[in-house]
Design a protein around this ligand. Structure first.
Ligand SMILES: [Zn+2]
Length: 170
C-alpha cells in the first residue's frame, strides 16, 4: 500500500510520501526544541509572577537572538519593584522586546525570522515584532492566559494577522 502510494506520488511529481513525513517530523522536532529553549531561558527572569522566554531563529535554524522579561540593563532588580505592578509595568522589558533590542544593540537583523515565545505576544511586543520584520511567531499550545491579558492578546493577534505574521501553536 505504501509502495503504491509512493509510486503514485512520484508519478504525479509531488515529493515522495516519505520525504513529506520526514519534513513534517523535522519541523515539529525543531519547534519543540526551540520552545523548550525559550522555556529554559524564561527561567532566567527575576519576575516573581510571570516568566517569559523568547528565541529568534533565522531561516537556517540559526539562533539570532534570545530574551526574557526583565528590567533594562542598569536598572536594579529590587524585589519591591518586581512585586509591585504599578512600578514594574512601565519599567520592565518583555522577552520579545529584549530579544529585538539585544539584536539591535549588536547589529543583527531579525527580518524574515521566527520568534519562539513561551506566551503569545502582547500588543506592545507585537508592534515591535512587526517593525523588526519577524515573519512567524510560535508559542506552546498548552499555554494558559490569565484573564487580565486576554483582551490585549486578542488585539495583538488581530494586529499580527493584519500585518501578515504567521502565528502557530506547537
Ligand atoms: Zn509583550
Amino acid at each position: 500500500m505504501m509502495g503504491m502510494m509512493r509510486a503514485v506520488l512520484r508519478l504525479i511529481g509531488i515529493m515522495t510520501y516519505d520525504k513529506y513525513l520526514r519534513d513534517d517530523d523535522m519541523s515539529n522536532k525543531w519547534d519543540k526544541r526551540f520552545l523548550e529553549l525559550a522555556k529554559h531561558i524564561s527561567d532566567w527572569s527575576k519576575d516573581p509572577s510571570t516568566k517569559v522566554g523568547c528565541v529568534v531563529v533565522g531561516e537556517d535554524r540559526e539562533i539570532r537572538s534570545t530574551g526574557f522579561n526583565g528590567f533594562p540593563r542598569g536598572i536594579e532588580d529590587k524585589i519591591e519593584r518586581l512585586e509591585d505592578r504599578e512600578q514594574k509595568y512601565p519599567m520592565i522589558c518583555h522577552a520579545e522586546e529584549n530579544a529585538i533590542m539585544h539584536a539591535a544593540r549588536i547589529g543583527i537583523s531579525l527580518k524574515g525570522t521566527m520568534a519562539y515565545v513561551t506566551w503569545p505576544p502582547c500588543s506592545r511586543c507585537t508592534r515591535s515584532l512587526i517593525q523588526a520584520g519577524i515573519s512567524e511567531v510560535v508559542y506552546p499550545e498548552d499555554v494558559e492566559i490569565p484573564e487580565r491579558w486576554q483582551k490585549d492578546f486578542s488585539i495583538a493577534s488581530g494586529m499580527m494577522s493584519e500585518a501578515g505574521i504567521i502565528v502557530r501553536m506547537a
